[in-house]
Design a binder for this molecule. Sequence first.
Ligand code: ZN
Length: 287
Amino acid sequence: MRDFSADHRWLSLNTATLRKQGDLLEIIDACARHGIRAIDPWRDQVAAVGLDRAARAVRDAGLDLTGYCRGGMFVADAAHRTEARDDNRRAVDEAKALGAPCIVLVVGGLPQYSRPGSVLSRDIAGARAQVDDAIAEMMEYAKQANMPLAVEPLHPTYAADRACVNTTKQALDICDRLDPRRTGALGVALDVYHIWWDPELLPQIARAGKDRLLAFHVCDWLVPTKDVLNDRGMMGDGVIDIKSVRAAVEAQGFAGYSEIEIFSEGWWAKPMDEVLRTCIERHRTVV
Ligand code: ZN
């Protein structure tokens, strides 16, 4: 396992961590000030400054990307499926323009939440079947752009509104069904916030292997958690044994960045430089 205690060269910043403190260009400047070498930007942040400007800023700063957030929200009623498909194709085009190594997929829950306006449904099995079909379809488009897709399993608390893929096993089952030959077109983005509780986590990470491990996200699970969406913890402030999960992914050969992704009203209220200083310190001590 790599030693992170001496520097933060393997720290990537998911830019949602600073979404309320500044726009993407300001976040990129802040990363440069703090010697952060990689980011994972969100589509809305890119759109707010313009794709060309965002791509230029990433290039000029010499930043690596660790993903592009996010594609997915596939589950929709019949009237909204074309919208979902086209939206995901645009995400592929944007990821390509930015030079991202993969698109992170949050697959969607029930149709009325993942594609608002869709007819109400309680059919979670149907939602899961739709996710398989939609990823298969998106892969055809993404393959032409050489853009890998990284399915991110989300904690079961999000099954209705964000993602009906809730465990690492489920995500890997999709990978095995749709990409049985492990071509590199499909893998997983593992976020400790979503998977830390899973008794099957370690065997599933071993099953994934290096070629399926496309991204690794870190933050912490606070007790109590006041809001499951926007009360994520800074690494070290909660109960996740982050190092043990990193050891497991690195034992498979994962040698990429540890991407910090914290949605938190508390951290959004703090100055950008303070947040980044804390991220760096915790990356060195508890990641
Ligand atoms: Zn994540």
